[in-house]
Design a protein around this ligand. Structure first.
Ligand code: BG6
Length: 469
């Protein structure tokens, strides 16, 4: 592959950027919004909560005008379930419908394609109190919520994402803040929850196809190619183990309607296979996604981990893998550099991941997150020289283009994040945006928006359809 014939990005490529409701909106208790699990979760000391975030709820017009100035063709955001149904189900909150109607209309007035995540970590707390995803009633609540979204917004939204990073909620829920602290047997319960989320997703996919025949819908897991630490066969097995547990479990189900066999045997060994009710598998098989959306930050490298090894179970966070005795052990990849927050940087791994997804599933792919969290510095004269972010994104876009040249059907690229927002568990100082929000961890200052150097750079990337990086 010398890449003599490098293809261009497709003409209608969705150059976008992403956010999620609870990380950007603020207004946590305004206009009838109910509490979500995020609003009641405990976060590490020294990090901001999500109450005000970037105040996007009150400033969305100003923000969207900036997105338009940057030239975004698409904006991926999530709808807060608790704005639509404050208690997860029951009465609709009209003010929540109004907010997202206005947001969508504002985007469309600039010809920015809305890409909507239905659920991004913020389960209604009222549902959590009734068992959350462990309770099958949450599947019905999600289906009802999905019906409402399609009914009110389906005339204008053409791209829907079901659940953001279901795999990270199962593997790293304690870091993200989605793990129910009251679970008695967390692993067993988590894989039951996982099964229920699969069902909820399948029902939403079917409903979308029924109610919005012109729309497209897909899952949105976090996918990271898993490298073996060496060519030792046991390391290869460990890589296969982790890849099945982390990646393929979450895509084999929506795409093929079945449990990944290696992941299933892992659940058997761990004693955490879910209870499957009659009719469940039929529902799971019936739903067919139109594309795969996925978030990519890095690859993972693992080594053998015999059952006698005393590694802790896989806590870490979304990109930091610890290990599980008997299955895999996360190790550092000596060939990769790291971000200021310890996440490995692997643009070539992005191409590898894209190829692998293409080979396994043969569906259009949409990148819904990719980016660099860093401590940005606001310099005199309202300047932010985030050259490191430009370099990170440039290298990933180069690899995306090579993947397209390899034959991957990549339809869009939405880096994280459109604008600075609160990180899942590392506060406001870990910034990802093209637009700086003038606040600190606890001092809200004036929250004014300032264009970073990467804003102008990405604007030019979009204007040249990825030719000028
Ligand atoms: C993904 C999430 O896991 O990674 C986002 O979908 C998150 O919500 C992003 O913000 C970056 O992670 P973090 O922990 O740095 O905010």
């Amino acid at each position: 592959m010398n890449q003599i014939n490098i293809k261009s990005f497709p003409r209608n490529f969705l150059w976008g950027a992403s956010t999620s409701a609870y990380q950007v909106e603020g207004a946590w208790n305004e206009d009838g919004k109910g509490l979500s699990v995020i609003d009641v979760a405990k976060y590490p000391e020294g990090t901001s909560d999500f109450k005000v975030a970037s105040d996007h709820y009150h400033r969305y017009k100003e923000d969207i005008a900036l997105f338009a100035e940057m030239g975004l063709k698409a904006y991926r955001f999530s709808i807060a379930w608790t704005r639509i149904y404050p208690n997860g189900t029951g009465e609709i909150n009209q003010k929540g419908i109004d907010f997202y109607n206005n947001l969508i209309n504002e985007l469309l007035s600039y010809n920015i394609e809305p890409i909507v995540t239905m659920y991004h970590f913020d389960l209604p707390y009222a549902l959590q109190q009734k068992g959350g995803w462990s309770n099958r009633e949450t599947i019905d609540a999600f289906e009802n919520y999905a019906r409402t979204l399609f009914k009110y917004f389906g005339d204008r939204v053409k791209y829907w994402l079901t659940i953001n990073e279901q795999n990270m909620m199962i593997l790293h829920g304690s870091a993200i803040g989605t793990l129910d602290p009251n679970m008695k047997n967390p692993q067993k319960e988590l894989y039951q929850q996982n099964h229920h989320m699969f069902l909820a997703q399948a029902k939403a996919i079917n409903l979308c196809h029924e109610m919005c025949p012109n729309a497209r819908i897909g899952p949105a897991p976090n996918i990271a190619y898993v490298y073996p630490a060496s060519s030792k066969p046991e390391d290869i097995l460990a890589a296969q183990n982790f890849s099945s547990i982390r990646n393929w479990l979450y895509l084999d189900m929506p795409v093929f309607g079945r449990y990944n066999s290696v992941a299933w045997s892992y659940m058997e060994e761990e004693g955490c296979t879910p209870t499957i009710q009659e009719g469940d598998m039929e529902i799971l098989e019936s739903a067919k996604p139109d594309f795969i959306a996925f978030n990519y930050y890095s690859t993972v490298t693992v080594a053998e981990n015999s059952s006698n090894d005393s590694a802790e179970n896989s806590i870490g966070d979304q990109q930091i893998t610890i290990g599980e005795p008997g299955f895999y052990r996360g190790v550092a990849n000596p060939h990769l550099e790291k971000t200021q927050f310890g996440w490995e940087i692997d643009p070539v791994g992005f191409r590898i991941t894209l190829r692998e997804l293409n080979d396994r599933y043969h569906l259009p792919l949409l990148v819904t997150e990719n980016g660099l969290g860093a401590y940005d510095k606001l310099e005199e004269g309202d300047v932010i020289n985030d050259d490191y972010r430009i370099e990170f994104l440039r290298k990933h876009i180069e690899q995306a283009r090579l993947a397209i040249s390899d034959g991957v059907n990549l339809i869009g690229y939405c880096p994280w994040s459109a604008i600075d927002l609160v990180s899942t568990h590392q506060g406001f100082s870990k910034r990802y945006g093209f637009i700086y929000v003038n606040r600190d961890e606890f001092d809200l200052k004036d929250l004014r928006r300032i264009k970073k150097k990467s804003f102008y750079w990405y604007k030019n990337v979009i204007a040249t359809n990825g030719e000028k990086l």
